[in-house]
Write a protein that binds this ligand. Structure first.
Ligand code: FAD
Ligand code: PYC
Length: 417
């Protein structure tokens, strides 16, 4: 039947509580076996399934998710996207992702509301500014748009910010990436789910992986809360629970899991047209299209799998934001939440084959994986399809923690940990 896209149709659908709408993706029951099973229905897992189908022609794929799609960190993050990392390996990986973001809405035919409104990383000490200059120079050598700004130049672009010298941590300048920005987190999960579903990917929610069937050093399948599933290959993309899954395969991941919190304010008229981050005072914020201030905190330093954190961390972040923007002291906050982030010793992800043949892990994105979602899915799909890393993720192999070839990105991570 021909679809009716008129205004009247929209009105009718509204009154009918959207009953005539087609679901965006097909909800599937598990089949007995698949060529590839992706564990984790967040943005990274769904993107992996999509690129496996689209780029590598794999057709018999399932994504199994223990809760609902995008209910993990994908829907809990503050959606900052940038690629201004220090070392070549990381910068090229995140830049690959940023280029994919720039065409993503068209590619998956779903508006992910990618808004390139620029990202500022503030510097508050002489050493911060030296690090910023070093990072900006390294970015420029990699063809990444980045510039170092003075405090006056920051003020010119963000009139509300306080650059007075009397602040506890005065702003001395910033790095600025104009192509950075934010995207709509839910839309990323829904868009990849719909696009993958159209290639026949089975999306299976409320399906928790509880054990792995491994024989003769090879993955044979998974035990799940919805029964056993056989699989030729398994890709685990379960941010927050990567080490739990790895343990099922006898692998000890170099990962610590921490809560990371965020909160949003009531809606305001548009006042902040860009993204501001400060590692020194420890807060980052942007204004959503609905007008809310979206504010993120530093990690809670204890390990936990609970998706909440301590009140003092939120209090500390609120103080930091008020220090940067004194006028926000009168804004009321609406809600707060936490997610679990898997951090690695070098603040870089693991995208890797494992000692178990056919079993792959993509994890350890810590506080900064949302920005990588399309790039991460793209290179991980290549790794699974070819049983070889994509050139961009060779350096992110699990073995680097044995060989010592770490890629220290603590300075460029948005949140210190
Ligand atoms: P998820 O969306 O968490 O997906 C993993 C899925 O695996 C989950 O849905 C989970 O339910 C599922 N799963 C786990 N175990 C099992 C199992 N046994 N069986 C089946 N399924 C399982 N990054 C940025 O780049 N920019 C930011 O501004 C930013 N801000 C952040 C703010 C906060 C408060 C938080 C918490 C994170 C932030 N991040 C940010 C980090 C970012 O959210 C993550 O790195 C990224 O979303 C990870 O994506 P994912 O798809 O792997 O994870
Ligand atoms: O990695 O850019 C980042 C980030 C911002 C907030 C949390 N992570």
């Amino acid at each position: 039947m021909k679809k009716d896209y008129s205004v009247w149709s929209l009105f009718r659908q509204g009154l009918a509580h959207n009953e005539g709408w087609d679901p965006a993706w097909r909800s599937a029951d598990p089949k007995p076996s698949y060529d590839v099973v992706i564990v984790g229905g967040g943005g990274h897992g769904l993107a992996t399934a999509y690129y496996l189908a689209k780029v590598h022609g794999v057709r018999n794929i399932a994504v199994v998710e223990k809760g609902y799609l995008g209910g993990g960190n994908t829907a809990r993050n503050t959606t900052i996207v940038r690629s201004n990392y220090l070392w070549d390996e990381a910068a090229l990986l995140y830049e690959h992702a940023l280029k994919l973001w720039e065409g993503l809405t068209e590619d998956i035919n779903f508006n992910v509301m990618f808004s390139q409104r620029g990202v500022f990383n503030l510097g508050h000490t002489l050493q911060d500014m030296r690090d910023i200059e070093r990072r900006v120079n390294a970015n420029n050598l990699n063809g990444i748009d980045a510039m170092a700004l003075t405090a006056a130049e920051v003020k010119e672009r963000i009139p509300l910010i306080d650059i007075s010298k009397s602040a506890r941590y005065p702003i001395l300048g910033a790095s600025f990436q104009p192509r950075g920005g934010v995207a709509r987190h839910d839309a990323v999960a829904w868009g990849f789910a719909r696009a993958g579903s159209r290639y026949g990917v089975d999306i299976i929610e409320n399906c928790e992986v509880t054990a792995m069937d491994i024989a003769d050093g090879r993955i044979k399948g998974l035990l799940t809360s919805r029964g056993p599933i056989k699989a030729e290959k398994v890709g685990c993309v379960a941010a927050g629970h990567s080490s739990v899954l790895a343990r099922m395969a006898g692998i000890r991941m170099p990962i610590e899991s921490h809560p990371l919190q965020a909160f949003v304010s009531e809606s305001l008229k548009p006042v902040l047209h860009t993204v501001v981050m400060s590692n020194a005072v420890h807060g980052y914020l942007s204004q959503s299209d609905k007008g809310e201030l979206v504010i993120g905190a530093g990690i809670d330093h204890f390990n936990s799998y609970a998706q909440r954190g301590s009140p003092h961390v939120i209090e500390h972040t609120a103080a930091a934001i008020i220090e940067l923007f004194p006028m926000f002291s009168r804004v009321r906050m609406n809600r707060q939440w936490g997610g679990i982030v898997d951090t690695t010793p070098d603040a870089c992800p693991i995208i890797s084959k494992t000692k178990v043949r056919g079993l792959y892990f993509n994890c350890g994105w810590g506080t900064g994986g949302f920005k990588a979602t399309p790039g991460s899915g793209h290179v991980f799909a290549h790794t699974i399809a070819h049983d070889q890393p994509h050139p961009l993720n060779v350096a992110f192999d699990l073995n680097r923690f044995h060989t010592g070839h770490l890629i220290d990105e603590h300075g460029a991570a948005g949140v210190a940990h």
